[in-house]
Design a protein around this ligand. Structure first.
Ligand SMILES: O=C(O)c1cc(=O)[nH]c(=O)n1[C@@H]1O[C@H](COP(=O)(O)O)[C@@H](O)[C@H]1O
Length: 280
């Protein structure tokens, strides 16, 4: 983030973008699309974030392409690879996802994985353990950028629950904060490995966390920049004093500049400069 500016570029091969790039809506088109992004931006942006859904929609051929794209992106030097798969399940099944994405010999290995805590934060245990063991990270959904998120994330826990009267999202931020505090006390690192997803579009909703965002002690993946309407002003508004930990994420706003590699890089650099100014 310090080297390239705190920008993550999503690799989201939407059917509409494949068509705009003159590519077929099949696994070969997805491969050409994703590899073009990796070649144009690998080693030149802080992070790349393949969106698993757009690979999965092509079945086993698409997943094989995702495997190849993850390996190529991880080989591209100083760029972190965040896989956006938003996985979440009961703990024993979560262990399967941990093997797939975070284990020692994970076929779909990434540097960090997006996970959903909405089966209860504790259900993520196997992913937390695998990430710690293999030196990887997680981005846990907390306050997402979509308008439907608040009906779950802002829901208030009943009296009698240990966090009764607080929003569900607060329990997630607190649990992540505890893991990060234990890790940073041990390692001395500035930030722990359990990041949160907090959309750049959420306005004042971080108030639901009833804690300063910098108490989370981990990075924030902040999608919603570009196509969903957020920019520098929104990042500054949402994150305030915690903005040094923000990795802003954008997909369509940069991908729309392709397929020309130079245009992709120019669009990414413009976006990175804008978010760097916003978090300074
Ligand atoms: O985890 C994510 O990255 C994510 C979380 C969230 O709250 N909102 C959100 O838009 N995303 C993802 O970020 C990308 C946003 O793409 P654009 O709207 O094109 O920038 C998509 O792949 C979304 O699935």
């Amino acid at each position: 983030m310090a080297e390239h500016g705190p920008l993550c570029v999503g690799i989201d091969p939407h059917p509409g973008l494949l068509s705009a790039w003159g590519l077929p809506d099949d696994a070969t088109g997805v491969r050409a699309f994703a590899m073009t992004v990796v070649e144009a931006l690998g080693g030149r942006v802080a992070a790349l974030k393949p969106q698993s859904a757009f690979f999965e929609r092509h079945g086993s051929a698409g997943i094989a392409v995702l495997e190849e794209v993850l390996a190529a992106a991880r080989g591209a030097g100083s760029t972190q690879v965040v896989l956006d798969a938003k996985r979440g399940d009961i703990g024993s099944t979560m262990a399967g996802y941990a093997d797939a994405y975070l284990g020692e010999h994970a076929p779909l290995a990434c540097d960090a994985l997006t996970v959903s805590p909405y089966l209860g934060f504790g259900s993520l245990g196997p992913a937390v353990e695998a990430a710690a063991r293999t030196g990887r990270g997680l981005f846990v959904l907390a306050l997402t950028s979509n308008p439907e998120g608040p009906e779950v994330q802002h829901a208030v826990l009943p009296a009698g629950h240990a966090a009764g009267g607080s929003a569900v999202a607060r329990t997630i931020a607190r649990a992540a904060g505890e893991l990060n505090a234990a890790e940073t006390a041990r390692t001395g690192a500035a930030l722990g490995s359990v990041g949160l997803v907090v959309g750049a579009t959420i306005g004042t909703a971080a108030d639901e966390l009833e804690m300063a965002l910098d108490q989370v002690g981990g990075p924030f993946l902040a999608p919603g920049v570009g196509a969903q309407g957020a920019g520098a002003a929104e990042i500054a508004q949402v994150f305030g004093g915690a903005r040094h930990g923000v990795l802003a994420s954008t997909s369509r706003a940069v991908l729309g500049a392709g397929p020309d590699a130079r245009s992709l890089l120019d669009a990414a650099r413009r976006a990175a400069d804008e978010v760097a100014a916003a978090v300074r």
